[in-house]
Design a protein. Sequence first.
Length: 217
Amino acid sequence: QDELALIAKFSHHPIVKLAIQLCDEDVSYEELVQRVRQEESLKDLDGRDIEFVNRFVSDFTSQQLGLAGAAVIPEMHKLATVLTHELSMLRFTEHISESALATGLQMLATKEFSAATKCCIRAIETLPSDKPELEPRAYNYLGIAYYRQGKIDSAIQNYKQAIQVSERLGEKYWRSKALGNLGMAYQDLGSIDSALKFYEDALEISRELKDRWEEGR
């Protein structure tokens, strides 16, 4: 019931309804920005709306990627995050990083890796001080964007940065993800021993997190 209510709330959200309209109209980026400025239905929104749409879309995409290793992303999901980013630029600057990151994930899922790189860099450049949990995620996404473009050294650099930030924050989920990605990068370079060590470290943390989740059920 809660899940159905959440889906209904998302489907009827003004940002999502506008995204659906824009999909049908096939507008240019310049027209999209203009619509964001003029759309009456967006004028009463606040930062909680930005957070809700970004979280819903990002959770959906992450679940799809986790289940299948690839995701079929509705065009309106990607447009919705672009709209949240434009709204953040216009009125909610504290949400620019979060919105850029949500858009970056959509770009990764649709294999637009150059665009994903730009989004992730913007997310890192605009990180808010009150949301440190965004930082390891941003570096991990940026590493993936570089990796998928064949820029292995840049990918490794960002995965390591994600790990360092996670260790500083005492955060383990994104540390585990970055370690696994780092293992894949070193495997591609032929450094099998290093790759295995990173895979083992990632697996150890994943098991620990799973055990904690099982205990809390």
